[in-house]
Write a protein that binds this ligand. Sequence first.
Ligand SMILES: [Zn+2]
Length: 132
Amino acid sequence: MGEIAAENDLERRLVRVILPAFHMIQTFTMGRESHFKCTEGLPEGAVLVNGILDISTLQYHLYFRHASFGIVEHGDKIPELIISFESIGGNMPLFKCHKCGTVENTALGDFWTNQDKPICSECKTGSENKCQ
Ligand SMILES: [Zn+2]
């Protein structure tokens, strides 16, 4: 259980980042401007080592390597790294509420912490106002 970072451990120091295809489509849409700062995410110098599109959930699973990540033992699931953003004045990308279908700014709602089934701020607060 030593914490010595032997060089051959590096290739097993992995995390997985899940990127919804919806976010990608928003980002790539012509004319869209996004102004946000990554507040929790990859350390500088992380290396992309693999990527898979899960067509059933429309999510990209991107795998990164970095010396600061924990070692993944053979057969273990690669841990997910949650990425967080804060808006720095412009428009954040949009997402569609899993519950009611409302399209909302990703700075609101729980998109960045619940990317599987993100819900809008109205559904999240459970307010009496019905979102449509
Ligand atoms: Zn909603």
